[in-house]
Ligand binder design. Structure first.
Ligand code: FO1
Length: 307
């Protein structure tokens, strides 16, 4: 197998993958997706970043909201509220079908990989969507209000607590999901999506066999910076970098991926003074489909120039 591999979290990464599908043959694309955000809620197994990839690539995503499905209804949630159930994590009626199907599959002994592949096939997604692992990995945040699970921090507390440290419980023992190492080792190009490096990409890098494959592969590795005009498009990247004592600039992003990446694609208005990797510029804000295709093309061109 050869093709393009993308290491990705949720919304920002899904945009890059969607752009990639406009410029290369979709069957040659493999998205390896963060599962550190996964958790059990109301007895259901939720895989937020896998959900975002599935919805985005099948044309079902609620792009305004940034997560969940378009044309959603909320009868389940309002009935749950009436009963005094936990309503801090919003589960739409249509979205619920995916969580119920996944939870039932896991209970039968299926894996997250096979369940994800079956849904992707059903929805006509030609790119491969691979969870980083079928084993449990949980992103845990050491904060000024104590240790927090990712979704408590992100959704319930709206990223308000200050973060001192991040760990990925279970990552050391986790095996990559089937196909992950092979995809990286046989790839022509590996891209790191403009997802949060600390929360969404680091969980993948914390799995030793994934880290080793990225170190061993002959494919050029290019990251797309999550900073646009020195700011993050969405989410807690800038706040988190400040709390971790890092300057909010592309030098910090390049240093974070030091030893792993060969190139960094940054926004046209930004700069990067790290000299031991290749740097290219393009407007990296991805609003329209054409924006997404442009960023994908620029990342592929940078990788091709390195090769
Ligand atoms: N994000 C929110 O900000 N609020 C929610 O209530 C919420 C519910 C939700 C349900 C299913 C799902 O797949 C994702 C959901 N997300 C929600 C998104 C998710 O918490 C994060 O965006 C990701 O974990 C970060 O990539």
């Amino acid at each position: 197998m050869s093709g393009t591999v993308v290491l990705t979290g949720g919304v920002g990464g899904a945009k890059l993958v969607l752009g990639l599908l406009q410029v290369v043959d979709p069957v040659t694309v493999t998205a390896i997706v963060n599962t550190g955000d996964d958790f059990r809620h109301l007895g259901l197994h939720i895989s937020p970043d896998i959900d975002t990839l599935l919805y985005t690539l099948s044309g079902k995503a609620n792009t305004a909201q940034g997560w969940g499905r378009e044309d959603e209804s909320w009868a389940f949630l309002s009935a749950l509220r009436e009963l005094g159930g936990e309503d801090w994590f919003l589960l739409g009626d249509r979205d619920m079908a995916l969580h119920v199907l996944r939870t039932a599959g896991l209970a039968r002994g299926d894996t997250l990989s096979t369940i994800t592949a079956a849904v992707a096939r059903r929805w006509g997604v030609e790119a491969k969507i691979l969870p980083m692992t079928d084993d449990p990995v949980a992103t845990m945040l050491d904060s000024d209000v104590g240790e927090l699970e990712f979704q408590r921090y992100f959704v319930a507390l709206r990223c308000a607590p200050a973060i001192h440290a991040i760990r990925f419980a279970g990552a050391e023992q986790a095996s990559p999901a089937p196909g992950v190492v092979d995809a990286i080792m046989t790839a022509d190009i590996v891209l790191i999506a403009p997802s949060n490096p600390f929360l969404s990409v680091d969980p993948l890098l914390a799995i030793p066999a994934i880290h080793k494959a990225l170190s061993d592969t002959l494919a050029p590795i290019v990251a797309v910076s999550p900073l646009v005009g020195g700011q993050a498009v969405k989410g807690p990247t800038v706040k988190l970098m400040g709390e971790l004592g890092l300057p909010v600039d592309n030098d910090s992003i390049a240093r974070h991926y030091a030893g792993l990446i060969d190139g960094l694609l940054i926004d046209s208005g930004d700069d990067c003074s790290v000299t031991d990797i290749a740097i290219a510029h393009t407007p990296t804000l991805m609003v329209t489909l054409e924006d997404k295709a442009r960023v994908a093309r620029a990342a592929l061109a940078l990788a091709a120039a390195i090769d």
